[in-house]
Design a protein around this ligand. Structure first.
Ligand code: CUA
Length: 290
């Protein structure tokens, strides 16, 4: 035992290789971010742009700390390697502890303040008064979207009437006149450049509504109606995915957000209004421009 221990003493090779490995890992990580190997899709709301800016700020700060800390570690691994002399015990440095704890505090609070607008636009600011309300109901493992129809009012729901095979997945009460013109769809179609307010519900477990291009993610919780809002500014089709592990079919739980022109949107509404209510249907209206 003593022999092998003594062999290692004074050898700089192991310490050098470890320091080199750390430096290479740091370089590879910085490259992966700097080269945008995994780019985020283009944002389609003003808020999403702010979220991206905040993400970049946070990444620069955290990235700088990461690089400095890891290179410092590599330096320490090599500089303070086993040289065959007894190790010196250090009690640390109170002044330094206070200094970097304060810096961390300032950086964290500063980043939170810098990002407050992006957060507030989504969470603390109410939607525009003329926002189009659409109800989003999640269940294992589908999204169902309901529009209030021409009267602007959602009909009453009764959980006892929920019967997806019979064409009433939401439990719409047929006796409520407000529900007569409700439109139920399996795709979320919204007009471009119009404020949209989604009302998130869940029929069973916790699900999630996430659209990467909106930079908007919100859980749907049973027993709660959670509002979120956005204004999409680019026509196109975007994936809606569930990001909460909600059961065996979780990986297949997705839907499509279609942002269409005002004209196409009216077409969808009119088509749907002349159809049977309460039956989710996919109306394939072409997306005019991408
Ligand atoms: Cu719903 Cu995962």
């Amino acid at each position: 035992m003593i022999d092998s221990r003594q062999d290692a003493r004074g050898s700089a090779t192991a310490a050098f290789l470890l320091a080199l490995l750390l430096t290479l890992l740091v370089t590879a990580t910085v490259y992966a971010f700097a080269a945008h190997i995994f780019p985020a899709p283009r944002p389609i709301t003003a808020t999403a742009v702010l979220v991206d800016q905040q993400y970049a700020r946070t990444l620069y700060v955290a990235g700088a700390v990461f690089v400095l800390a890891q290179l410092g570690l590599a330096f320490a691994v090599f500089r303070f390697r086993d040289r065959g002399t007894p190790a010196r015990y250090s009690r640390g440095n109170v002044g330094l502890e206070i200094l970097w704890t304060s810096i961390t505090l300032v950086v964290f609070v500063g980043l939170a303040l810098a990002g407050r607008k992006a957060w507030a636009m989504n969470r603390y600011t109410p939607p525009a008064p003329d926002a189009i309300q659409i109800e989003v109901t999640t269940s294992q493992f589908v999204y169902t979207f309901r529009y209030p129809g021409s009267d602007g009012k959602f009909g009453r729901l009764d959980p006892r009437l929920v019967d997806a095979p019979a064409g009433n997945p939401l439990g719409l009460d047929p006796n409520d006149p407000n529900g007569k013109d409700d439109i139920v769809m399996s795709t979320l179609t919204v007009p471009v450049n119009r404020p949209i307010e989604l009302l998130l519900r869940s029929q069973d477990v916790v699900h999630n509504f996430d659209v990467r291009e909106l930079r908007l993610q919100q859980d749907a919780v049973p027993g709660m109606m959670i509002p979120i809002h956005f204004t999409a500014n680019r026509i196109g089709e975007y994936a809606i995915v569930c990001t909460q592990l909600c059961g065996l079919g979780h990986n297949k739980m997705n839907a499509v957000l279609r942002v269409v022109s005002e004209k196409d949107y009216r077409l969808v509404s009119e088509l749907k209004s002349s159809h049977l209510q309460g039956i989710p249907e996919f109306v394939d209206v072409p997306v005019s421009a991408k």
